[in-house]
Design a protein around this ligand. Structure first.
Ligand SMILES: O=C(O)c1ccccc1NCC(=O)[C@H](O)[C@H](O)COP(=O)(O)O
Length: 217
């Protein structure tokens, strides 16, 4: 059994997803603000979902190269615990967003080779958390949430000075191996717990969280 793994389920779109996340014991819920995504939410829809999230499950807004106007609108309307920057935001923008909104910021970094691992080091100096994700495939519509993994051996011995989360192509079937190989204490999943793009599956969510605890059904 691997105790204490914190799970983020990203890309919730329906009230039943919020229930499934809470019942499974996930630590974070993620709401996507990216119009091209099948998981995209309007601000009103995100607010309604976030208000239903029980205390103890952190609410994370995922944005991609968002400007202040969009972040103002989201943070004014939606009760949040964290902002996830999932675009090409430079180091200075991460610092700016942290200062402006007073919320912890998690910066996603796509990893495909050793050079990308160096970027993680730099972002760990300015962000509250880092999300170690797979690089999107060439020509992908989405910068994340593509259900692809990276070579976990690239980060096998790496540690950072801030909490970090492993993401990219995780599923109920591979997450235990990913944790064992990388030493991740936090994991993030979207496609791997969906019945179809944008449609979460409560059984897969439960199986995923269970698998992080080493008790896969
Ligand atoms: O999920 C999306 O549609 C999305 C859109 C734009 C940027 C990021 C997006 N998702 C990121 C995630 O859900 C996860 O943090 C991560 O990339 C893992 O996704 P997956 O490989 O699908 O588990």
């Amino acid at each position: 059994m691997t105790p204490g793994i914190r799970v983020k389920i990203c890309g919730l779109t329906r009230p039943e997803d919020v229930i499934a996340v809470a019942e499974a014991g996930a630590a974070y819920s993620g709401f996507v603000f990216f119009p091209k995504s099948p998981r995209n939410l309007s601000i009103d829809a995100a607010r309604a979902l976030a208000l239903d999230v029980p205390v103890g499950v952190a609410k994370v807004a995922l944005v991609v190269n968002a400007d202040d106007a969009l972040l103002d609108a989201i943070t004014d309307a939606v009760p949040l615990d964290m902002l996830q920057l999932h675009g090409d935001e430079p180091l200075e923008r991460v610092s700016e967003v942290r200062a402006r909104y007073g919320l912890p910021v998690m910066k996603a970094v796509g990893v495909a080779d050793a050079e990308d691992v160096a970027a993680l080091d730099a972002y760990s100096e300015v962000a509250d958390q880092i999300l170690v994700d797979a690089k999107p495939p060439k020509h992908a519509e989405l910068p994340g949430g593509n259900g692809v993994s990276f070579d976990w051996r690239l980060i096998a011995a790496r540690r950072w000075s801030v909490p970090w989360m492993l993401a990219g192509g995780l599923t109920p079937h591979n997450v235990a191996e990913a944790i064992a190989l990388t030493g991740a204490k936090q994991v993030d999943v979207s496609s791997g717990v969906e019945a179809a793009p944008g449609v979460k599956d409560a059984v897969l969510i439960r199986d995923f969280v269970t698998a992080t605890r080493g008790r896969m059904r």
